[in-house]
Design a binder for this molecule. Structure first.
Ligand SMILES: *Cc1c(COP(=O)(O)O)cnc(C)c1O
Length: 356
């Protein structure tokens, strides 16, 4: 048994893996693999319909918002969002809180005039900027809810005079949000929703079709919304596995219930990091992420030794991102508290071994 702390693609529930494996061989008793059925078959129609219903139910998506299952990852959305929401010659506002945010800014600049309202780059993104003004003449304000690489998370939805657009790739479905606060939400699936290859977009219909751009159909949210995500072949298998994962989440009591578990998991680990003389956190306490816990060794020379011990214990995916170093433990929905406890035990033993 491995304890998978990888940042993404990440752990999903074991029962979801088992069901997905079965469907690869014989999907719902059809005698066919999920990999060989038509995306226009009635069997798949039932899958994508249930997946959409589960997204709507779990996130309480209000009427007037489309739920889209697309390809291309969150990185494609860095370009596709301004294509669809930023009018020719218009302006959009962005918050620079990490590498993903800065990549979104870089792509949006190719589409129009981008005002970066604040940045924490000078502090290696250890905090989320709070003091800034969102210009009321912007088409939208874009920010990242959870900075996967730096382990910072913005729990409070900003008050904005313009529609909010949010990259929620690494914390969607981990905590309660009010979708009505957002004009558009996007997320690459592989951090908390399902396998790579699927991107979820939730968009307020009223915002679409107003840029004056003549978009290729494949990039146009209106085309995908009108076709209920079947404008072309969607990522069939990834949608199926995401649907299984959302069923699992619903059976666990939904987002409010998993949020309580996520709070306990994160608190357990942060408390140990603070108590343990060999480790320290990198993000400022007020902005610490529940999903990605970054920490570094108090003495750089013990880093490799701790990774060795972790490996011995089956604790995998703990090496920090190259831009932060140290360790990163990702605590997505499917990671059980027992895995967090196993990590805490290893950290305590590691500290003990230095006392002898
Ligand atoms: C992983 C990640 C991305 C990039 O996702 P891709 O699907 O690989 O393009 C973007 N934003 C955030 C917040 C992420 O965690």
């Amino acid at each position: 048994m491995k304890h998978n702390f990888g940042a993404g693609p990440c752990i999903l529930p074991q029962e979801v893996f088992a069901q997905a494996a079965e469907a690869v061989l014989n999907f719902n008793g059809t005698g066919l693999s999920i990999l060989e059925i038509s995306h226009r078959s009635k069997e798949f129609e039932a899958v994508i319909t249930e997946a959409e219903q589960l997204v709507r139910e779990l996130l309480k998506v209000p009427a007037g918002h489309s739920v889209l299952f697309l390809q291309g990852g969150a990185s494609q959305q860095f370009a596709q969002v301004p294509m669809n929401l930023l009018p020719e010659g218009g302006k959009a506002a962005y918050l620079d809180s990490g590498v993903w945010a800065s990549k979104a800014i870089k792509e949006a600049k190719k589409m129009g005039n981008i005002e970066v309202v604040a940045s924490s780059k000078d502090a290696n993104y250890t905090y989320i900027p709070k003091e800034y003004t969102i210009p009321s003449d912007a088409a939208y304000f874009h920010y990242t809810t959870n900075n996967t690489i730096y382990g910072t998370e913005l729990f409070e939805t900003p008050v904005s005079p313009v529609p909010l657009v949010s990259d929620m790739s690494s914390d969607i479905f981990s905590r309660v949000i009010d979708v009505a606060d957002f004009g558009l939400i996007y997320a690459g699936a592989q951090k908390n929703l399902g396998p790579a290859g699927l991107t979820l977009v939730i968009v307020e219909d009223d915002l679409l079709g107003k840029t004056g751009r003549n978009l290729p159909a494949i990039f146009d949210f209106k085309e995908h919304a009108a076709a209920h995500s079947l404008y072309h072949t969607p990522p069939v298998f990834s949608i199926y596995v995401a649907m299984l994962n959302l069923r699992w989440l619903k059976a666990k009591g939904g987002i409010a219930a998993i949020e309580q578990e996520n709070i306990v998991k994160a608190r357990t680990l942060y408390e140990e990091i603070e108590r343990n003389s060999l480790f320290k956190t990198t993000a400022v306490p007020a902005d610490r992420s529940r999903m990605n816990v970054n920490f570094v060794p108090a003495k750089p020379e013990v880093e490799a030794a701790f990774l060795d011990l972790a490996k011995e214990r089956g604790l995998v995916g703990l090496k920090g991102h190259r831009s932060v170093g140290g360790f990163r433990a990702s605590l997505y929905n499917a990671l059980p508290i027992t895995s967090v406890n196993a990590l805490v035990d290893a950290m305590q033993e590691f500290e003990e071994s230095f006392k002898q």
